[in-house]
Design a protein around this ligand. Structure first.
Ligand code: AMP
Ligand code: ZN
Length: 494
């Protein structure tokens, strides 16, 4: 898992075109939260796009809302890849310092995790806890067929870079020290709050009673938190603040100016404004050119939250018989900037629709080699280039299945091409695809079952319907279903 080298990944996408046909770089339009408009995407370097995605805090399983963030950045990355770009991508793993409140209040999420699992409050226990949830997160990425980033940056592996950034900010006079930490002084950066158009004077008057009276402004944020646990620095022992982590790792892995930064909308106001302020004050350069944010998944139209007891993760879906493909498909039927309410009924509908598509591919078309239809490919790319219009792309997928002018070979190859971005399990091998449908290939069928199926087939040929029915019931009792098709009996687990 996650061992696929980057070069192989970009190669994978090239295989759809011969060298001669490699497309020029057409326009991809993306919605930029900073300008609140759809903009043609123009990266800093002609072909290599740099992209940073705020990763999970690894103190627990990621919930289905969190996972939308990574399906969204995966669609974005694959869209850029099919449009001819290379993408250098970092996702961070927050393994300390993220408080339950995105500002400087609340409990540290990792501490919560340590308490929950009865672990001691030490750096090594924190590492141990995060190891578990990092592995679980990688499994989720795998189930959702999300491409691995070029770099997984784990916050505790980049402490030096974070300390250096705090030092730079303090040397340049952007910070001040208090009893409990080092704070960024937002009044020294007049552009503060440009993401989401925050009016900092309103922040001051509207702020709740500030617990830390040493702060100059309620929106000042900690770049270093002093404490008994943590790392040594010239500011005393402690932790880098949560926001500094992303700036330091984005710059360490992608450079001082990056093309795209993604995250959920909850990060706009505090986390991303803080990232902009500290990065731009440290480097004097524009930190991010395109800010992109996914809207929330809600449950019963309410925020997904542990305290409300409505948290659902991928394991819960699997326990109820849904796959990562089913969830990914459901997500893609809505645009990433729409808030969507999760329900089991909606997920069932998605599963059934995807099942129909899989049957087309794995039974009807049988993946015979063909070439994708150019017109459909162009229409598909145009949907994605329109700020990742995945609902439109999925509608097109169904249009292909109904198009009587296309032959089976072309349909299959076109669907497979679409699947290089959608990744909903439509381009597996026929054997693997059939398994996901519950249709067993001969080699998976136990001998005893195959004998019954063959006997039933013989009875059918002899028009001995009573015996054929008796054998069907015998198969059902053993947990297998048999369906008669023009190509012979199809066996599946009942
Ligand atoms: P966290 O682990 O809290 O840092 O969140 C990981 C990612 O999930 C971030 O990009 C969040 O903005 C995003 N996120 C959190 N809750 C939701 C939700 N309910 N729906 C969509 N994205 C979310
Ligand atoms: Zn972040």
């Amino acid at each position: 898992m996650f061992g696929v080298p980057f070069a192989t990944l970009s190669g994978m996408f090239k295989n759809f075109f011969s060298a001669k046909e490699t497309p020029a770089l057409p326009l991809v339009n993306l919605y930029n939260t900073e300008t609140t408009s759809l903009e043609p995407f123009v990266p800093l370097s002609k072909k290599m796009v740099t992209m940073y995605s705020c990763g999970p805090t690894v103190y627990d399983f990621a919930h289905i809302g969190n996972l939308r963030s990574y399906v969204f950045s995966d669609i974005l990355k694959r869209t850029l890849l099919i449009h001819g770009y290379h993408v250098k991508h970092t996702i961070n793993l927050t393994d300390f310092g993220h408080l339950t409140d995105d500002g400087d209040a609340g409990e540290d999420k990792m501490m919560k995790g340590l308490k929950r699992e009865g672990l001691p409050v030490t750096l090594s226990a924190m590492r141990q806890l995060s190891d578990i949830y990092i592995e679980a997160f990688y499994d989720d990425m795998d189930s959702l067929r999300i491409l691995p980033p070029t770099t997984w940056s784990r916050a505790s592996d980049y402490i030096e870079a974070q300390i250096r950034l705090v030092e730079t900010l303090s040397e340049k006079g952007y910070t001040y020290e208090t009893k409990d930490g080092v704070y960024f002084d937002i009044q020294k950066y007049p552009a503060y709050g440009r993401l989401g158009n925050i009016d900092i004077s309103e922040l001051k008057s509207g702020a709740r009673v500030e617990v830390n009276t040493e702060k100059h402004h309620p929106a000042d944020f900690a770049v270093w938190k002093k404490g008994l646990l943590g790392w040594e620095s010239r500011f005393g022992k402690g932790f880098p603040g949560w926001h500094i982590e992303c700036s330091a790792m984005a710059m360490a892995t992608l450079g001082k100016e990056i093309d795209i930064h993604t995250g959920g909308i909850d990060h706009i106001h505090t986390h991303h404004n803080a990232e902009i302020a500290q990065s731009e004050c440290a480097t004097g350069k524009k930190y991010v050119r395109y800010w992109m944010h996914n809207a929330f998944i809600t449950i019963d139209s309410t925020k997904i939250s542990k305290s409300l007891g409505n948290t659902i993760n991928l394991r819960h879906l699997v326990d109820r018989g849904y796959s990562g493909d089913d969830y990914r498909y459901w997500l893609l039927t809505s645009h990433y900037r729409s808030t969507v309410n999760f329900s089991w009924d909606a997920l069932l509908g998605a599963k059934q629709a995807l099942y129909r598509l899989k049957r087309y591919v794995y039974e009807d078309y049988k993946q015979v080699a063909g070439k994708p239809d150019k017109t459909y490919v162009e229409r598909f790319k145009a949907h994605l280039a329109d700020d990742l219009d995945t609902p439109g792309a999925i509608a097109l997928l169904f249009e292909i299945t109904k198009d009587e002018k296309l032959d089976a070979k072309t349909k299959c190859a076109t669907i497979q091409y679409f699947d290089s971005v959608l990744e909903i399990g439509l381009s597996d091998s026929v054997e693997d695809g059939k398994k996901t449908l519950g249709i067993l290939t001969t080699k998976d069928v136990p001998e005893e079952i195959q004998v019954l199926v063959d006997e039933r087939e013989a009875a059918r040929i002899a028009r001995n319907w009573l015996e054929a029915d008796r054998l069907r019931e015998a198969l059902n009792l053993k947990g297998y279903a048999v369906e008669d098709t023009p190509h012979g009996p199809k066996i599946s687990k009942a």
